[in-house]
Design a protein around this ligand. Structure first.
Ligand code: M6R
Length: 638
C-alpha cells in the first residue's frame, strides 16, 4: 500500500528513484511522484499549481502525476527534454500511491512540498484532522486533501519558527513526535542535499547499504539492483541517511540498532523474465515455490520451523488453534483447517483478520494463533497478531518476507520461500502458504504426539512429491487459456467445491473478481440447494473442483450428484477432476484433468488452472493482469 523510495549517493538521483518506483509500483498505482534535491542549483519558483507541471521549491524539484507510473515518466521526459538539468541532484525520493485520504489526483499525489521540504508517506495519519485545524488556525494554506500534507506543513513550521528552527533533522523529529497512526515518512530539505530523514511506525521501511550511497525502500526490491546489504528498521525507529552511512534512533532521538541482513534473492527474481506479466511468471514458478518452502523443514526425522521461540511443551499445552489472515492467505488457512484438525485433533477456527479482534475471541496462553501473510505487513493481520499477544495467546507466523513486522512480533515463524511476488494477485505465495500450513500442522502433531514420527515422515514425503505434479498441471495452460477466451464475455461464473475443494472454489472466484472484474462466487457444493442454486440458468458457467474418487468416496459421489443437479438446470459445467475420474468426466461439458494426489494435498493442484483461467479472462478483457484496479499488493491500512 504505497511504495516509497529514497536515495542519497553519487549518481543522478532521478534515474535511481524512477527505476526503484518501477519495482515498487505493485504496491500502489493511483499516482506517482518524485522529488530531487539539487546541490546549489538556482531556485526557479514553485509551479505546482494543479500539479500539472514540474514543481520547484528552491532546489527541491518535484513532479507528480495521477495514474500509473508511465504518466509520470512521460511527464518527466517532457520536462527534461527542454531542461536536462532540471532534476539534477544526487538526493531524491519517490512514491507510488494507493489512495486513502483524497482522490487519486495530481494535487493529492506525493511528494508533498512546503517551504523547501518534500515528504512522501505510506500509511494513515490518524490525528491529521486536528493537526490540520491547528495549522490552518496558524495561517497555513493546504494544497491537497491528504492526511500527509500535515507532516510537511508541520516540519516546515518547526524549521521556520519552532524550538528547532534552522535544524532540519531536529525539526523532522519534532514533527514526527506530533503524529499518530501508521506511517512511513521520508523528509528531505532544500538546504540539506545529501540527507534524508525517515521514520516508520507499523508500516514497512528498509535501508539499503551501498558503497558511498544509501537507499530507502518499502521493500528490498527498491534497491536490489544496487546492493544486497540491507538493514531492517524496528517499530518506531527513525533513520537518517547520508552517502556515508546511516544512524538509527527512536522517536526521542536515543541511539538504536537496526537489524542488518543480506538479501537472498537477486534482480532476476524481480523481473518478468520474458513473460508478458509477472503473474504468469509467478504461476510457472509454483513448483519451485513449493519445493523451496519444504526445503530444510524436515531434519533428522522431525519437522523444524525457521524461528521457534516456543518449546515443544508450549505446543503440547495448546488446546485451540485460530488461523487469522486476509484474502488468499485466508483461503490457504481454510485449506489448512482440514489438515490441522485431522492431524492434531485440536479445534481450529479460521478467521478473517479484519474481524478477529473486534469480536472479542476467547484467547489465552493455551491458544495458538497462526497468522498467515505473504507480505508480513498486512495491517489487519498485524493488528490481529497484536490483539492475540495482548491476550497472552501464542502466535506463529507464516510469512514470505523475511523480517517483516508480523514475523517480528510472533513467537515462532515459518517462512514460505516463494521469492518475491510482484503480481497483485497471489499465486505462488498461496501455494507456498498451503504447503507451509501443512508443515505447521505436522509440527503440532509431532509435538503433541497425535502422529507417530513415521506418520509425520510419510505426510512430509507426500508433500515432497507435489512439485512435479504441480508442474504437470501447468501443462493444462493452453487448454485453460482457450476456455478462458471462450468465457471472457460471460457476466457470471460460479465455483463449487467440497471439503478442501471449497476454499479452492473461493480462491478461484477471488482471482476472477480481482483480475477480470467479473461476478464470481465460490460455494460449498452442498450448500447450493439452500439458496444459491436459484442463480443457475441456461448456459451459466460453473467450475467444479472434484475431490479424488480414491480418497473420500462419499465426498466424490456427493459432488457428482451436485453436478447433476446443476446440469439439470442448464449449467455449463467445467470440471477439474483427477485423471481417469470417469464419473466426473461423464458430467463435464469441459474437463480439466489434474494428476492424482492425496485428498488433503489436492488444492496444490486444483488451484493452478483457476489462476491461469482468471489471468487469461482478464487479458482477454483488456485489463492489466499485474495491477488490477483499486488494489495494491500489500495492504498496510486497516
Ligand atoms: O500479504 P498478505 O498475504 O497478508 O495479503 C493478504 C491479501 O491481501 C492477499 O492475499 C490478496 O487477497 C490477494 N490480492 C489475493 O490475490
Amino acid at each position: 500500500m504505497c511504495g516509497i523510495v529514497g536515495y542519497v549517493g553519487h549518481r543522478p538521483a532521478l534515474g535511481v528513484v524512477v527505476e526503484a518506483l518501477r519495482r515498487m509500483e505493485y504496491r500502489g498505482y493511483d499516482s506517482a511522484g518524485v522529488a530531487v534535491v539539487g546541490a546549489g542549483s538556482a531556485a526557479s519558483g514553485p509551479d505546482e499549481s494543479a500539479g500539472q507541471r514540474a514543481a520547484e521549491s528552491g532546489t527541491v524539484t518535484a513532479l507528480k502525476r495521477a495514474g500509473k507510473l508511465v504518466n509520470l515518466t512521460e511527464a518527466l521526459a517532457e520536462a527534461t527534454a527542454t531542461a536536462p538539468d532540471r532534476f539534477a541532484g544526487t538526493t531524491g525520493m519517490g512514491h507510488t500511491r494507493w489512495a486513502t485520504h483524497g482522490r487519486p489526483t495530481d494535487r493529492n499525489a506525493h511528494p508533498h512540498t512546503a517551504a523547501g521540504f518534500a515528504v512522501v508517506h505510506n500509511g494513515i495519519l490518524e490525528n491529521y484532522a486536528a493537526l490540520r485545524a491547528e495549522l490552518e488556525a496558524d495561517g497555513v494554506e493546504f494544497a491537497s486533501d491528504t492526511d500527509t500534507e500535515v507532516a510537511v506543513q508541520l516540519v516546515a513550521r518547526e524549521y521556520a519558527a519552532g524550538p528547532t528552527a534552522g535544524d532540519f533533522v531536529a525539526s523532522a523529529y519534532a514533527a514526527l513526535r506530533r503524529l499518530d497512526g501508521a506511517f512511513t515518512l521520508l523528509f528531505c530539505h532544500v538546504d540539506h542535499p545529501g540527507t534524508i530523514v525517515a521514520a516508520r511506525r507499523s508500516t514497512p521501511l528498509v535501508v539499503g547499504v551501498g558503497d558511498g550511497e544509501m537507499f530507502l525502500g518499502s521493500d528490498v526490491a527498491a534497491f536490489i539492483e544496487h546492493t544486497r546489504d540491507a538493514v531492517e528498521l524496528g517499530q518506531d525507529q527513525v533513520v537518517t541517511i547520508t552517502c556515508d552511512g546511516y544512524t538509527i534512533t527512536d522517536f526521542a532521538g536515543t541511539q538504536q540498532d537496526g537489524t542488518p541482513f543480506r538479501i537472498d534473492w537477486d534482480l532476476e527474481a524481480a523481473e518478468k523474465g520474458g513473460h508478458d506479466y509477472f503473474m504468469l511468471k509467478e504461476i510457472e514458478e509454483q513448483p519451485t515455490a513449493v519445493e523451496n518452502t519444504l526445503r530444510g523443514h524436515f531434519e533428522k526425522g522431525r519437522i523444524v520451523l525457521d524461528e521457534q521461540r516456543l518449546t515443544d511443551q508450549d505446543l503440547r499445552d495448546i488446546d485451540k488453534v485460530f488461523i487469522v489472515a486476509c484474502g488468499s492467505a485466508y483461503h490457504s488457512g481454510l485449506v489448512a483447517k482440514y489438515a490441522i484438525e485431522h492431524w492434531t485433533r485440536l479445534p481450529c477456527e479460521v478467521e478473517l483478520a479484519s474481524e478477529f479482534r473486534y469480536r472479542d475471541p476467547v484467547l489465552d496462553r493455551s491458544t495458538l494463533v497462526v497468522a498467515i501473510s505473504q507480505s508480513g505487513e498486512t495491517a489487519d493481520t498485524l493488528e490481529a497478531v497484536r490483539h492475540a499477544r495482548e491476550q497472552k495467546a501464542r502466535v506463529l507466523a507464516v510469512c514470505n518476507t523475511n523480517g517483516a513486522q508480523i514475523p517480528r512480533e510472533s513467537d515462532a515463524v515459518l517462512y514460505t520461500r516463494a521469492g518475491p511476488e510482484i503480481g497483485v494477485a497471489s499465486t505462488k505465495a498461496f501455494l507456498a502458504q498451503v504447503t507451509a500450513n501443512y508443515l505447521v500442522g505436522l509440527a503440532l502433531a509431532q509435538a503433541r504426539g497425535t502422529k507417530y514420527p513415521d506418520e509425520v515422515a510419510r505426510e512430509y514425503r507426500e508433500l515432497e512429491a507435489m512439485p512435479p505434479l504441480v508442474q504437470q498441471v501447468l501443462g493444462t495452460e493452453k487448454q485453460v487459456r482457450e476456455l478462458a477466451r471462450e468465457l471472457a464475455s460471460e457476466s457470471t461464473v460460479l465455483f463449487l467445491g467440497r471439503h478442501v475443494g471449497y476454499p479452492v472454489a473461493l480462491e478461484g472466484a477471488l482471482k476472477l473478481k480481482e483480475l477480470a472484474y467479473m461476478h464470481a462466487e465460490g460455494f460449498a457444493a452442498g450448500e447450493l440447494k439452500h439458496g444459491p442454486i436459484a442463480l443457475i440458468e441456461d448456459g451459466l458457467p460453473v467450475i467444479v473442483v472434484m475431490p479424488s474418487p480414491r480418497g473420500r468416496a462419499v465426498l466424490h459421489s456427493k459432488l457428482v450428484s451436485n453436478i447433476r443437479e446443476i446440469q439439470a438446470r442448464g449449467a455449463r459445467t467445467i470440471v477439474i477432476a483427477e485423471k481417469d475420474d470417469d464419473a466426473a468426466a461423464a458430467h463435464a461439458d469441459h474437463l480439466i484433468e489434474i494428476p492424482a494426489a492425496p485428498t488433503l494435498l489436492q488444492p496444490l493442484l486444483a488451484t493452478v488452472p483457476l489462476q491461469i483461467f482468471a489471468a487469461e479472462v482478464a487479458q482477454a478483457r483488456g485489463y492489466d493482469v499485474d495491477k488490477p484496479r483499486n488494489l495494491a499488493k500489500s495492504v498496510t491500512v486497516e
